[in-house]
Design a protein around this ligand. Structure first.
Ligand SMILES: *[C@@H]1O[C@H](CO)[C@@H](O)[C@H](O)[C@H]1NC(C)=O
Ligand SMILES: *[C@@H]1O[C@H](CO)[C@@H](O)[C@H](O)[C@H]1NC(C)=O
Length: 335
C-alpha cells in the first residue's frame, strides 16, 4: 500500500517555544514507587547513556527548547495525544493550489501523455518561477522512471539531483536519455536515516526497500547491502548546505520515516519549499483514526509545525501493493 501526498512550505515557522518561567513546586501527595526507587540508586554519570548515540542520535543544531518541543511533538503525535490526532488529513491543515500539475502535460521522451506511470507526484506551480538559474531539485527514488526530474531539468531548467541505489536503476541509467542532460545528476546511493551501508530487500517492481517480507515467500527474496546517506550529508557533500531545495521528492519505498526523522532531528525543519512524498503504511491500522498511523502522524505533525501544508493527495484510497495478500487481509489504504 502506498500513497503520495504533496506539501508546500508557506511559512517556515521556528519550532521553538518560549522558555517557561521558573517557579517552585511542592509535593502534596505520596511519591510514586518509581520515584522512591530512583532516588535510592546512585546517580549514573550522564555520559554513560545521555551521550550514547549507538541507536538514537542526538539532534544537532537545535536549541534545548527546540529539542524539547520536538520531543513533545513526537510523543504526543505517536500516542495520539493531540486535539486532532489526524493532522494533515483534516481540511484545516490543508492548503489550496491554483496551478496544480503532475507534470504529464510536459511529456517525456516518448511524448506527451505517453508515460503515465512516471507522473504519480503532483506539485504546485503557484509562485513557481524556475529558469532563473537558482532552482534545485532532489529526486529520491527513481527506479527507471526519471520523468519527474526530467521535466524539472528539461522544461524548468533546474539543477536536478536524482538518487537510487536499486540494481535495476544502476543498470538502466547509463543507457537512459536523462544521462545526456548536463543539469541532471544521478547518484548511485540512497537517502536514509543514517550514513553507511544498510541492508535493503528486493521489493515491488525491481526496487529495493527497507520493508521486510513478513510471510515466508514462495521464492526466497534477495537482499542487497547498499550505500546510503542522510539528507544533511548529501546537501553538505553536494555543496548545498544552507540552500533551500525547491522541489523535494521522496519516493523511497518505506525509508521515508527514517529519512524524515533524521532530517527533522538534525536540520530542524526540512530545507525545502515543496515536498512530494510517498508513504508506505507499515504501521497502518484502519482502526487508528481511519487512515492515520502513529508514525505518519508524528512526521506530519512536525512538518505541519514547520509550516508545511498539504495541498494534494494522490487519491482517497492510495494504491495496493501488487501482492494479493494485502487485498486478502483487507488492508485497503483509506486515506
Ligand atoms: C495527471 O494529470 C492529468 C491531467 O491533469 C490526468 O489526466 C492524469 O490522470 C494524471 N495522472 C496521474 C498519474 O495522476
Ligand atoms: C502554471 O505554471 C506553469 C509553470 O510556471 C505556467 O507555464 C502556466 O502558465 C501556469 N498556469 C496557470 C493557469 O497559471
Amino acid at each position: 500500500m502506498a500513497m503520495v501526498i504533496a506539501l508546500q512550505n508557506l511559512l517556515l515557522l521556528d519550532v521553538a517555544v518560549p522558555l517557561a518561567s521558573v517557579g517552585s513546586i511542592r509535593a502534596t501527595g505520596r511519591h510514586c514507587g518509581l520515584e522512591d526507587e530512583v532516588q535510592d540508586k546512585p546517580v549514573t554519570p550522564a555520559s554513560s547513556y545521555l551521550d550514547d548515540e549507538t541507536n538514537v542520535r542526538i539532534p544537532r543544531g537545535l536549541t534545548e527548547s527546540q529539542r524539547l518541543r520536538l520531543l513533545e511533538l513526537k510523543v504526543a503525535s505517536a500516542t495520539g495525544w493531540l486535539k486532532d490526532p489526524f493532522v494533515g488529513f483534516d481540511p484545516k491543515y490543508r492548503d489550496t493550489c491554483k496551478n496544480l500539475s503532475n507534470l504529464s502535460e510536459y511529456g517525456c521522451a516518448e511524448g506527451k501523455d505517453k508515460c503515465g506511470g512516471g507522473y504519480d507526484h503532483a506539485i504546485c506551480l503557484d509562485d513557481w518561477s524556475p529558469g532563473q538559474g537558482n532552482c534545485l531539485v532532489y529526486d529520491f527514488g527513481i527506479r527507471e522512471n526519471p520523468e519527474f526530474g526530467e521535466v524539472m531539468a528539461r522544461t524548468f531548467n533546474c539543477e536536478v539531483h536524482a538518487f537510487d541505489p536499486s540494481p535495476i536503476t544502476l543498470k538502466w541509467f547509463p543507457t537512459s536519455e536523462v544521462a545526456k542532460l548536463p543539469n541532471y545528476h544521478f547518484h548511485p546511493y540512497g537517502v536514509a536515516g543514517t550514513d553507511g551501508i544498510i541492508q535493503l530487500h528486493e521489493y515491488d517492481w525491481g526496487q529495493v526497500s527497507i520493508v521486510r517480507d513478513i510471510y515466508p515467500p514462495k521464492q526466497p527474496k534477495d537482499f542487497f547491502n547498499l550505500p546510503v546517506k542522510t539528507l544533511g550529508t548529501i546537501m553538505q557533500e553536494l555543496g548545498h548546505e544552507g540552500r533551500e531545495i525547491d522541489m523535494l521528492k521522496i519516493d523511497v519505498e518505506g525509508s521515508e520515516f527514517s529519512v524524515l526523522e533524521d532530517a527533522l532531528d538534525s536540520l530542524g525543519c526540512l530545507p525545502a519549499k515543496q515536498v512530494t512524498l510517498e508513504w508506505h503504511h507499515y504501521a497502518f491500522d484502519p482502526r487508528y483514526g481511519g487512515g492515520s498511523s502513529p508514525s505518519v502522524n508524528t512526521i506530519v505533525n512536525i512538518m505541519h509545525a514547520c509550516g508545511l501544508k498539504m495541498f494534494w493527495r494522490h487519491s482517497t484510497t492510495g494504491w495496493m501493493s501488487p501482492e494479493p495478500r494485502y487485498k486478502e487481509a483487507g488492508l485497503n489504504d483509506i486515506r
